[in-house]
Design a protein around this ligand. Structure first.
Ligand code: SF4
Length: 355
């Protein structure tokens, strides 16, 4: 290598190093600013408990907004053998399909039925089409575009929420979604489930935490609101592991986070494991779970939007835990307990360096 080439290689490497550092400082600076604003909010609003999804959506929409779940007829690479067979050990997709959400109905039909259900009470309501069942980025680009755009063409639909696996976001789809995001509200929601690779392997997720991290970084870098989903109480994950998880997910550039309790669902591999060895599972009572969620929330980044804390599977599919609480009843109890404990989201959050 000539001296000139070597000098220019060194200059170019230094420049790219500088750019990377600058980007990190800038990102950290923006994050610190947003976190400080949130911490300021706690002082200004002593009643602040956590960032609520409706308040977040209120920044984008004047009207009340409701998600309508869809089953768009996708499959899952962790079921069809592409990534794995049998799916995640806890998964029974029937648990997240409301009655109107059947694959033999078109996307338009499912959305119209969902709208008819909700608009009785709120005639001015707007809707987000929620591609929820299975893996909603698992198809060819043309099919995906057709389905997303069909949903957006339904009157009253003002945006999309797309739930998917982190190993199903090819660059060409991300480029398309980045363009779509300039025209409509878009949130891409990834199943993280756990930040621990041993747990991910045990529940047969078929991807590592690094895969989830990469997908979230790429999606957020494309300017798209990025959501995460975690399950609290997976086998082998006790209190300390979950507190470490709260700190880890807080380092990701997530806009929203959903969490829910581990539920044992009929017909799943996990249900068989539980029947064979119940002592391998820690199932929480509602009160214990409320304390756990509060401990978790205290460690979360204060500007994360918290979308959900529990899941409610249909009674006929649920083995345990059966708390008999509706989501809003759980949330009311959670808030009351947060007030008693005089705590709020991010109270124990520690800002980590971007290094
Ligand atoms: S939870 Fe999602 S990724 Fe896992 S098997 Fe079910 S549909 Fe597939």
């Amino acid at each position: 290598m000539s001296a000139n080439v070597r000098v220019s290689t060194v200059i170019s490497a230094s420049f790219s190093y500088f750019c990377r550092r600058f980007h990190r400082w800038q990102t950290l600076g923006l994050r610190v600013h947003s976190i400080m604003k949130e911490q300021e909010k706690v002082k200004m609003e002593p009643s602040f408990l956590y960032n609520d999804l409706n308040v977040f959506l209120g920044k984008y929409f004047k009207e009340k907004v409701q998600k309508i779940s869809l089953n768009a007829g996708f499959s899952c690479p962790n079921r069809d053998g592409t990534v794995g067979h049998g799916g995640c050990t806890y998964c029974n997709n029937q648990t997240f399909n409301p009655d109107y959400c059947q694959t033999d109905k078109s996307i338009t039909c499912q959305l119209e039925e969902g709208k008819a259900f909700f608009s009785r009470k709120y005639p001015d309501m707007k809707y987000l089409a929620y591609f929820q069942a299975y893996t909603n980025t698992y198809a060819g680009l043309e099919e995906l575009k057709r389905k997303y755009e069909e949903a957006l063409s339904v009157p009253g639909v003002v945006g999309l929420v797309i739930g998917t696996r982190p190993d199903c976001m090819p660059d060409e789809l991300l480029d398309y979604l980045a363009r779509l995001n300039r025209e409509t509200f878009l949130l891409v929601e990834y199943g993280i489930e756990s930040t621990n690779d041993a747990t991910l392997s045990r529940i047969n997720r078929g991807h590592t935490y690094q895969t989830a991290r990469d997908a979230i970084l790429r999606t957020a870098a494309a300017g798209i609101h990025t959501g995460g989903h975690v399950i609290l109480g997976l086998p082998g994950e006790g209190h300390d592991a979950l507190m470490a998880q709260a700190e880890a997910v807080s380092q990701l550039p997530l806009t929203t986070l959903k969490m829910h309790q581990l539920q044992l669902i009929r017909g799943t591999r996990m249900a068989q494991e539980y029947a064979a060895c119940p002592s391998g599972f820690r199932l929480y009572t509602a009160d214990e779970y409320i304390e756990l969620v509060i401990d978790y929330i205290e460690r979360l980044r204060p500007d994360l939007v918290l979308e959900r804390f529990v899941s409610q599977s249909p009674k006929h599919l649920l083995i345990a835990p059966d708390w008999g609480l509706k989501n809003h009843e759980f949330t009311d109890r959670l808030k009351a307990r947060m007030r008693e404990r005089q705590t709020w989201q991010g109270k124990l959050y520690k800002l980590k360096s971007a290094e």
